[in-house]
Design a protein around this ligand. Sequence first.
Ligand SMILES: [Mg+2]
Length: 309
Amino acid sequence: MNRIQRSVGAVIGSAVGDALGAPFEFGPAGAFSTRFPAPGAGGEMCGGGGWDPGEATDDTQMAVLVAESLLERGELDLPDIFARFQRWAASDPKDIGLQTEDVLTNGMPWDLAAAIHFQVSQRAAGNGSLMRAATSAVHFARGGPQATMDAARRIAALTHGDRAAWEGTAVFHELIRVTLEGAEPLAALPGIVDLVHPDHRPRYATVLAADWHPDQATELNGAVWPCLGSAVWALRATGGFEDAVRAAIDLGGDTDTVAAVTGGLAGAYYGPDTIPERWTAPLHVPLPGSGGRVLRLPQLTDLAHRLAA
Ligand SMILES: [Mg+2]
């Protein structure tokens, strides 16, 4: 498998996980496999909770906004990404993270909004920057570890003032980079943890350890640490794309985002051909604030190709 195929797997895999997990958000553990006991049986892209079958949520919508900025600007243009986020947030998306919404609508300039929110709230380590990182991870992978992790931190900082969120997003970018190279992401993890900012290294070392289980999480999985740790656990504990995403959704809680992160990793690792066609066929990404556009598999695949080129 070449890096272009793996890049497509990351982008599509993340979107599929998001859409598959959305109807189960805030639900209990095990809800998915209770409803769909046998892997491969079909009908899983079921919709519900306000979501149509196959409809991707804010995770993928924001990932597409980042991707289109990177491709149209030809560089990392942070004010442009922030402006696209603001246009989207002002167009009544079906879902938007509480913290992200506050930062994008508080009237502050792009380079202060998240920092001021963090100063006031003191809580900004949500998974909302990690959830949207599949596209930027593909785009910056060619630049090497420092460049891709730095880009992840800067894009995360647009909406998240807490460095914990930057570091988790940076770890995800680097995991995708090594996977696109054809390396083993789980084997690379100890080295990646060494690249985390020293203040945040111990907590990431804990949730990314080979013997960590989501049951040991000390926060809900809407927080960045257990979200990333759970996605890595789902990859480690299973042997294929479908099982990895099922395991992620079965954890309950913030199911769309944990499955989006898992799907990005598993899609890059196992490749796009392992993502069930019955999941990609109904997949669609509405883009509020972008003239009513809706991206489907061909457009997402094209986006991934251009990001990887
Ligand atoms: Mg979502």
